[in-house]
Design a protein around this ligand. Structure first.
Ligand code: ARE
Ligand code: CA
Length: 586
């Protein structure tokens, strides 16, 4: 679809002071944004008679978004403001009554502006993501009776990793500079990945005990590391007693309305199924289903996965129950949740869950698993797994189906679609337990890998490290992306490890990288320039998006040219897929 830019620049000017994307607080600044057609060349924000310039955070051939940052101490209690806009051959303003030569200013009380005056711990935090079964088996006594061999490619099944294993290896996590661990599910379940939960309030005995978990939380907390749990709110495991009860007692069950049954199987089938579910005998269940000729479950499920009956979110009891579950884990010291299949949970339910949890525990982070275009979710999650950004980066740098220009526009779109504070909370990742490992995707091209790690690191958001990626662990599609962690240092890829350590160090040293404002643009059609700044701290990254040498002599941004003039950038060119990070002041 080719959108034609508006002919008259006055036809397309958007701002809404009640929408946080357009007006919010980020630490010691208010952020004002204005969306216009491309013909608007300049926006000047006039706040209480003082003027503020803008940077353009997003631009396509159709529209752009201007962002103005105003120090909070400036406006006082009330803000009156309007925008003065310049287009070729004309000047006009935008205010309370729309566009015109002279407009009425917009008025807001600063107390009404939403946002953050102090950083939350999950702004720009470094996460270490552990697939528990594959991490470290510290306790052979709790091993599952049947394990799969630790060979590559990995198959589905247990390797025997456990919670003690995570506790024992905390120093590894600390050494990476991570501040939070995201654990894949730990509740009792029917499979090694544990997304088919049997009991949301317990710990899988193959992983250890509740005490092991509490010890992990305690020791982690001592080392400055927070624990984020994975919770499946979209479906349960087929072996959950609520499901069995619904299946057995049907309409008489308190849990009948917790699921969505599509048809009624024969009595004979049901009684056999219930017995197998009692034993949680997946093999037997599979055979029974196969013999009965079913192609898909007779209840709604996660896709057509028998083991995962979908929860009926229209039933408010389910909401009450899961708020209780979340609160009981928060009581055990958990500092956040990653919501499995959040994009599949009814949005009003998700929002009510989010609000209830945040009401009592403001510093607990809610990270949704959402796929594809995620911008709609910002009102009921703090953060989401930023597969969208991953798609953009890999689309340009690995698959080649996005041009550098498209990359910059799409990154700008992310920036323009979130309040600045929320952009710093996004869970940015190069891979997970659901994707092939990044080292495989770049075909072991270390130059490209380093560029990707550093680019992800300098863009706003959290940095997630999927266990093993930091030492060059390999693996293709699920389940091969869940191989046993390498603990023999001689097997580590030190070059990759150093890259991660340096990236995290950059983030630690520069508040601009962790919390700062952002501007991205494309230089000479080849080089992505990422500028980050906060207070006096400024950092620029130059990334050659092509495989060929690129001239960068004029690529340090307009915004930073002044700052860098006394810190002269000698660099004239970057080799293919090479990058440089320039600190302007330290
Ligand atoms: C297993 C096999 C798969 C097989 C599947 C179905 O490994 O190869 O296709 O069974 O039989 C968990 C396990 C998986 C397991 C699955 C089902 O970890 O190993 O798969 O259960 O038993 C979509 C969803 C997204 C989901 C991914 C996997 O939208 O929510 O698929 N991610 C979460 C977890 C998973 C977990 C589950 C959900 C289930 O992170 O680990 O799986 O609780 C595009 C689409 C996305 C799609 C994505 C696939 O991006 O837009 O919608 O995600 O591809 O990665
Ligand atoms: Ca074990």
């Amino acid at each position: 679809l080719e959108l034609k830019p508006p002919v008259d620049p006055r036809d397309y000017v958007v701002h809404d002071e009640n929408d946080e994307v357009f007006l919010h607080r980020h630490l010691d600044h208010y952020v004002f944004r204005l969306r216009t057609g491309v013909k608007v060349l300049k926006s000047i924000l006039v706040v209480n008679n003082e003027e503020y310039d803008a940077s353009v955070v997003y631009e396509t051939g159709f529209e752009k978004v201007f962002e103005h940052n105003v120090p909070v101490e400036k406006p006082g209690k009330a803000i009156t403001y309007y925008f003065r806009l310049e287009a070729p051959g004309e000047e006009f303003s935008y205010g309370f009554n729309g566009v015109g030569e002279r407009v009425q200013p917009i008025q807001v009380y600063t107390g009404d502006i939403k946002g953050f005056d102090k950083p939350a711990w999950y702004m720009g935090a470094v996460y270490y993501h552990i697939f528990v079964d594959s991490f470290y088996n510290a306790d052979r006594s709790n091993d599952p009776p049947v394990k799969v061999p630790d060979t590559a490619p990995r198959s589905h099944g247990y390797l025997g990793g456990d919670l003690k294993g995570v506790t024992e290896k905390l120093d590894h996590v600390v050494s990476l500079g991570a501040e939070a661990i995201y654990l894949t599910p730990i509740f009792p379940a029917g499979s090694y990945h544990r997304y088919d939960v049997k009991d949301y309030l317990g710990v899988d005995p193959y992983l250890g005990s509740i005490e092991d978990f509490e010890e992990l939380v305690r020791k982690a907390e001592e080392k400055g590391i927070k624990i984020v749990l994975d919770i499946t709110l979209h479906h349960m495991g087929v072996c959950h007693q609520f499901f069995r009860d619904a299946l057995t007692r049907r309409e008489k069950s308190d849990y009948w309305d917790w699921f969505i049954f599509l048809e009624k199987p024969s009595q004979d089938f049901l009684s056999q199924a219930v017995k197998l579910i009692e034993e949680c005998n997946y093999q037997g269940l599979r055979n029974l289903i196969f013999r009965a000729g079913y192609r898909r479950p007779f209840y709604e499920a996660f896709y057509t996965v028998w083991a995962m009956p979908r929860i009926n979110h229209e039933n408010p009891e389910t909401l009450k129950y899961f708020i209780h579950v979340a609160e009981s884990w928060i009581g055990r010291g958990v500092r956040g949740f990653r919501i499995d299949v959040a994009h599949g949970v009814m949005d009003t339910w998700m929002q009510a869950f989010y609000r209830a949890v945040k009401k009592n525990s403001k510093d607990v982070v809610i990270i949704g698993e959402v796929c594809d275009h995620p911008f709609l979710y910002r009102d009921y999650m703090d953060s989401y797994m930023n597969y969208w950004l991953r798609y953009i980066l890999l689309g340009t740098l690995v698959k080649g189906d996005l041009s550098p220009r498209e990359m910059v526009a799409k990154i700008g779109e992310i920036l323009a679609s979130h309040p600045v504070y929320q952009a710093t909370m996004l869970y940015n990742l190069l891979g997970s337990h659901d994707t092939p490992r990044i080292i495989e995707l770049v075909k072991k091209d270390k130059t490209l890998l380093k560029l990707l790690i550093n680019l992800l690191n300098i863009l706003p958001g959290s940095l997630a490290i999927y266990y093993g990626d930091e030492v060059g662990l390999e693996g293709g599609n699920d389940p091969d992306n869940r191989r046993l962690m390498k603990w023999d240092r001689r097997e580590w890829d030190e070059e990759v490890l150093t890259t991660y350590l340096e990236a995290v160090e950059t983030r630690r040293k520069h508040t601009a990288v962790r919390y700062g404002f952002t501007r991205t643009w494309l230089c000479n059609d080849k080089v992505l320039v990422v500028e980050r700044w906060l207070q006096g701290d400024k950092v620029t990254g130059l990334f050659n998006l092509t495989g060929e040498e690129a001239d960068v002599s004029d690529c340090v941004g307009k915004l930073f040219r002044e700052a860098s003039s006394n810190n002269h950038v000698e660099m004239k060119s970057l080799r293919g897929h090479d990058f440089v990070i320039i600190a302007h002041n330290r």
